[in-house]
Design a protein around this ligand. Structure first.
Ligand code: UDX
Length: 435
């Protein structure tokens, strides 16, 4: 099918490349010329395993093109809206300006056979309102939330664990769903569950899923606080409760908590929207989820300072990891960088290293010192803080690492190292939620 993808950021670029790989003819549209040029040359402006290959293959086959010209979407039947909905400056709410603008820019090209498919994460009520905006063209609106994780975005897009379509009532909604089924035929052939709902439910599915994930992480981090107070070990606690398959072990990794471009902003936007709807009490608990998450960063700094006998002043601190999670170069609301900056403001001489995110980190926070090579970053450190659990940091050998540093102090912010090994090699090993 001929489809367009409006907005070629993280979500849109992966969606466009994935749909082309499934045999569709895809036009990716973005107003940012630099982004379009980068995608057209197969060098996405962010790190995502497997994406570059898909971009090149799709363009070689002639089934994928990127453009800044909205007129190029004219021949497409389906238009996927994939623009960002960042947190509004100074507010909890999401900014839906880009979504509104994207839908308005499509208006001249919509006909009664067109389907506009919203994929951006939006406050509940947005799809209904935008369906009103396009109603004069006869086109249909579907809300089809996306659940991809950074670092697994290609796999999550091509083989999603579920498809959710929010459609209008009646025949028009059913027809639009049939159109979307054609685009996702390969996923449906793999028996991917598909749930058809009204607009509001589809929008809430996305926000509720991210709220649940955030809650799960903050739950185990709250238990980590109790473990710290009582001398218990949160990693064993998580293993033990996770064996109950009603609870499950996934997303129970205690540590520095969640960051990134989705979970923090989505739970805040959810609280703001619930307030507008007069249902704020229903999600007041998310404020506590956010607070627990933020407290972990402060606690990390406290543990590191304590391990250095009460002061960072004049001490060299090496931070392993800048990305908000491994296999990503995304530093939006990165817990690792939040900790690095806090320590720098308390007089520590902070060096940050990361396999992929140094470029983005140094643009966002140029005041910190960045080093690409891990051994160079470790040289002369008085304390080493493991804050993003990249494989190369999980695999560090305590004896080899000891040769580079000045003081054998390690704080494991993600609970991924084996304390006994590090202690046996003479290190002071500290962690969040374990003795
Ligand atoms: C998330 C959702 O998982 C995805 O479905 C949605 O579409 C977008 O938001 P993402 O932001 O890519 O995806 O990252 P995710 O893998 O969910 O991790 C989020 C944060 O939680 C990271 O900072 C990660 O380090 C942290 N995390 C995750 C934990 O602290 N503990 C865990 O057990 C799991």
């Amino acid at each position: 099918m001929k489809v367009s993808v409006i907005g070629c950021g993280y979500l849109g670029a992966v969606h466009a490349a994935a749909l082309a790989s499934l045999g569709h003819e895809v036009i990716g549209m973005d107003l940012d010329e630099a982004k379009v040029d980068a995608l057209a040359s197969g060098n996405p402006p962010f790190y995502e395993p497997g994406l570059s290959e898909l971009l090149l293959k799709g363009q070689d086959r002639g089934s994928l093109e990127f453009t800044t010209e909205v007129t190029r979407v004219a021949s497409s039947i389906l238009h996927f809206v994939c623009v960002g909905t960042p947190q509004k400056p100074g507010e909890l709410a999401a900014d839906v300006t880009y979504v509104n603008e994207a839908v308005e820019s499509l208006l001249p090209y919509l006909t009664s056979t067109s389907v506009v498919v919203g994929k951006s994460t939006v406050p509940v009520g947005t799809a209904e309102r935008l369906a009103g905006v396009i109603s004069g063209t006869g086109a249909s609106m579907v809300w089809n939330p996306e659940f991809l994780r950074e670092g697994h975005a290609v796999e999550d897009t091509v083989h999603p664990n579920r498809l959710v379509y929010g459609v209008a009532e009646g025949e028009a909604g059913q027809e639009a769903a049939t159109r979307l089924d054609e685009v996702y035929a390969s996923m449906l052939a793999e028996d991917t569950p598909r749930i058809i709902t009204d607009y509001a439910t589809a929008e809430l599915v996305k926000t509720a899923a991210n709220s649940f994930l955030a809650t799960k992480i903050s739950f185990i981090n709250a238990m980590a606080e109790l473990c710290e107070a009582s001398g218990a070990d949160v990693t064993q606690l998580a293993d033990a409760i996770g064996l109950d398959d009603r609870i499950g072990r996934k997303f129970l990794n205690a540590g520095l908590g969640f960051g990134g471009g989705c979970l923090p902003k989505d739970i805040r936007a959810f609280m703001a929207r619930a307030g507008e709807l007069g249902a704020d009490q229903a999600v007041t608990f998310l404020k506590e989820i956010d607070s627990i998450n933020m407290r972990r960063r402060v606690r990390m700094v406290d543990i590191a300072r304590d391990a250095l006998n009460g002061s960072f002043i004049g001490k060299k601190i090496t931070v392993l990891g800048a990305a908000f999670k491994p296999n990503s170069d995304d530093v939006r609301d990165s817990p690792a960088l939040a900790v690095a900056r806090l320590i720098a403001t308390q007089g520590g001489v902070v060096t940050v290293t990361d396999p992929q995110a140094i470029g983005n980190a140094s643009t966002a926070f140029p005041e910190l010192n960045y080093v690409t090579d891990t051994t160079e970053a470790l040289t002369g450190a008085d304390a080493v803080l493991l804050l993003t659990e990249w494989h190369e940091y999980r695999d560090l050998d305590p004896h080899v690492t000891a040769e580079s540093v000045n003081g054998k102090v390690l704080v494991d912010g993600r609970n991924v190292l084996t304390p006994q090994l590090w202690r046996a090699a003479g290190w002071t090993y500290r962690a969040l939620g374990r003795p």
